[in-house]
Design a protein around this ligand. Structure first.
Ligand code: ADP
Length: 474
C-alpha cells in the first residue's frame, strides 16, 4: 500500500472513530434528556392526581380527571378492577401495562399499544396512615416526539457522518498527493542521476518551500551528491596521480634493464639507477600507506609528553648530516616546550620540513631551526634561504602529489609530493596547525603551532635513533 493511501486511510479512520463516538454520545444525551422531560410530566401528573384523591381502606375516590390529551390515566384497584380512566382512553378495558400492575414502587416501563410507543409510569396507591396498597395508578404518555427526534438525529448523524468521512478522505487524498508529489519528483531525479551515471546532476529545488521537510530533504540529498562527487573526483585524481608517479620510475627501471640486456653485463651505473628508482617507489608506497591509514583513523598515535627542545636538537643533528657541509644549518632560539603527542610522528613532521629545505636550498644557503613559546602554544620553525614558493602555489603545497615544478629534475632523495601532506596531517592530529610564509628568491619559512602540554605530568624522552636517511618523501 502506498504511503499516500496509508496516510489517507489513517486520517479517515481516526475521523470516522471520533465522529462515531461523538454521535453516540449526542444520541444518548438527547434520548436521556427528552425521556426525562416526559418522566417528569408523568410524575407531576401522578402527584397532582394523588393529592386530589381521597384514599382510605374502603378504596380510592377520585375527582373527575381533567387532563391534557397527552397523558392517559387509569386507576386500578388491588383486585385488578378498573376504577377510573381518563376520557382520552375511550373506555380501554385493559391495563396500559398489565405486567406492571403488581409493582410496589413507582416504576417506568415502555409499551407499544396499537402502534403507539408509550412511556408508562405505574405508581402504587396506599391508604395513609397504613401502607396497604389500595391499587395502582397508571399514567402513559406518547414517546412519539422522542422517537421522531431520535430518528432525525440518527439520519443527520449517519448521513452527515458518511458525507464528512467521504469528504475528509477526498481532501486527505488530494492533500497527501500534493504533499508527496515532490518525493516522486525527487525519486525520478535520483533515478535519472543513476541512469546517466552523472554525479554532477542535482535535484532542482523549488518543488516546495526550501524550509519544509521536502525542501530540506532535497537540500540534504544534493549535499550528499556534492560530497560524493568530490570524493569520486579525489579518488579519480588520486588514482591518476599514483599511476603517473609510478610510471616514471618504472620507465626508468625498464630503460636500465633494457640497457643491461643489450650490453650483456649489468653495469654499476644502471644498477645504481634501478636501486634509486626502487627506493623512490618504496618510499612513495610507504607514504601512501601512512596517509591512507591516517585518513581512515587506523594509525596508532601515542599521547606522551614530548620535550620539543630535545626533539629539535635531534632533528638539527640529523639535518647537519643530511646537508653534508653543502649548507649552513643553524639552531635559532630554543625555548623549553613540552607538548602531548607522538614523538616519532612529530620528529617525522620536522624531518619532512627540514629535508625539503635541504633539498630545495642551493649550496651555501642557510637553514635555521627554532622553537619558541607564544602564549599557550609552541612554535617550531624551519626557515631556508632557498628559491621560495610562488604565491599562487602556496594554497596547494599541502595537497597530495602537489609539486610546484613538476618538470623539475628530481634529486636522488626527491619525493612524490607527499611529504607536506604528511606533515600537515601530523600537525592537525596534534591539534596544531602548519603555516608557510615564502618569498620567491628569498626563502621559505614553515611554522608548526602546537598546544603546550599540562606541565604537571612526567615527560617522556623522545627516542634518539639518528637515522641518516630521509624518513619520507617531501
Ligand atoms: P616533494 O616530495 O615534492 O618535496 P612536498 O609535499 O614535501 O613534496 O612538497 C610539495 C612541494 O612544495 C614541493 O614539490 C616543492 O615544490 C614545494 N616546497 C616544499 N618545501 C619547499 C621549500 N622549503 N622551498 C621551496 N619549495 C618547497
Amino acid at each position: 500500500m502506498t504511503l499516500r493511501a496509508r496516510l489517507t486511510l489513517w486520517y479517515t479512520a481516526v475521523l470516522a472513530g471520533v465522529l462515531l463516538l461523538f454521535g453516540a454520545a449526542l444520541y444518548l444525551l438527547l434520548t436521556r434528556s427528552l425521556t426525562a422531560q416526559i418522566e417528569n410530566t408523568l410524575a407531576q401528573t401522578a402527584d397532582d392526581i394523588l393529592s386530589a384523591s381521597r384514599r382510605d381502606i374502603r378504596g380510592i375516590t377520585l375527582p373527575p380527571l381533567d387532563l391534557t390529551a397527552n397523558v392517559y390515566v387509569q386507576v386500578w384497584g388491588a383486585d385488578r378492577i378498573l376504577r377510573v380512566e381518563s376520557a382520552n382512553l375511550m373506555s380501554m378495558p385493559d391495563p396500559l401495562d398489565p405486567q406492571a400492575l403488581d409493582v410496589t414502587v413507582p416504576t417506568h416501563t415502555t409499551v407499544n399499544i396499537g402502534g403507539a410507543h408509550l412511556l408508562i409510569l405505574t405508581v402504587p396507591v396506599v391508604a395513609p396512615p397504613s401502607s396497604e396498597i389500595l391499587g395502582r395508578l397508571q399514567l402513559a404518555s406518547s414517546l412519539e416526539t422522542v422517537d421522531r427526534a431520535r430518528e432525525a438525529l440518527l439520519l443527520f448523524l449517519g448521513g452527515g457522518g458518511v458525507l464528512a468521512v467521504a469528504l475528509a478522505a477526498l481532501v486527505g487524498l488530494t492533500t497527501a498527493r500534493g504533499a508527496l508529489r515532490p518525493l516522486d519528483q525527487i525519486t525520478q531525479a535520483a533515478l535519472q542521476i543513476t541512469r546517466a551515471d552523472d554525479l554532477s546532476l542535482r535535484i532542482p529545488v523549488g518543488y516546495g518551500p526550501p524550509t519544509d521537510e521536502v525542501g530540506r530533504l532535497t537540500q540534504a540529498f544534493n549535499e550528499t551528491l556534492e560530497r560524493l562527487e568530490s570524493l569520486f573526483e579525489t579518488q579519480r585524481r588520486f588514482v591518476a596521480d599514483v599511476s603517473h608517479e609510478l610510471r616514471t620510475p618504472l620507465t626508468a627501471i625498464r630503460g636500465n634493464v633494457d640497457l643491461i640486456r643489450r650490453m650483456g653485463t649489468p653495469d654499476p651505473e644502471s644498477l645504481e639507477a634501478i636501486t634509486s628508482e626502487v627506493d623512490r617507489m618504496t618510499r612513495m608506497v610507504q607514504d601512501l600507506l601512512l596517509l591512507a591509514q591516517a585518513e581512515s583513523g587506523r594509525l596508532p598515535m601515542a599521547h606522551d609528553l614530548v620535550e620539543l627542545d630535545t626533539l629539535l636538537l635531534q632533528v638539527y643533528k640529523q639535518a647537519k648530516v643530511l646537508a653534508q657541509d653543502r649548507l649552513d644549518i643553524r639552531l635559532g632560539r630554543e625555548d623549553q616546550a613540552r607538548v602531548r603527542g607522538d614523538p616519532d610522528r612529530l620528529k617525522q613532521m620536522l624531518l619532512n620540513l627540514v629535508s625539503n629545505a635541504i633539498e630545495y636550498t642551493p649550496a651555501d644557503g642557510t637553514i635555521t631551526l627554532s622553537l619558541s613559546c607564544v602564549g599557550d602554544r609552541a612554535r617550531l620553525t624551519v626557515s631556508d634561504t632557498g628559491p621560495g614558493i610562488a604565491q599562487e602555489a602556496l594554497p596547494h603545497i599541502f595537497e597530495r602529489f602537489y609539486r610546484v615544478d613538476r618538470s623539475r629534475k628530481r634529486t636522488l632523495q626527491g619525493g612524490a609530493g607527499l611529504g607536506l601532506s604528511i606533515a600537515h596531517w601530523i600537525a592537525r592530529s596534534h591539534d596544531g596547525q602548519i603555516e608557510v610564509a615564502s618569498e620567491v628568491g628569498k626563502g621559505t619559512t614553515f611554522s608548526v603551532w602546537l598546544p603546550l602540554a599540562d606541565m604537571t605530568a612526567p615527560a617522556v624522552e623522545p627516542q634518539a635513533p639518528v637515522r641518516v636517511e630521509r624518513p619520507s618523501s617531501g
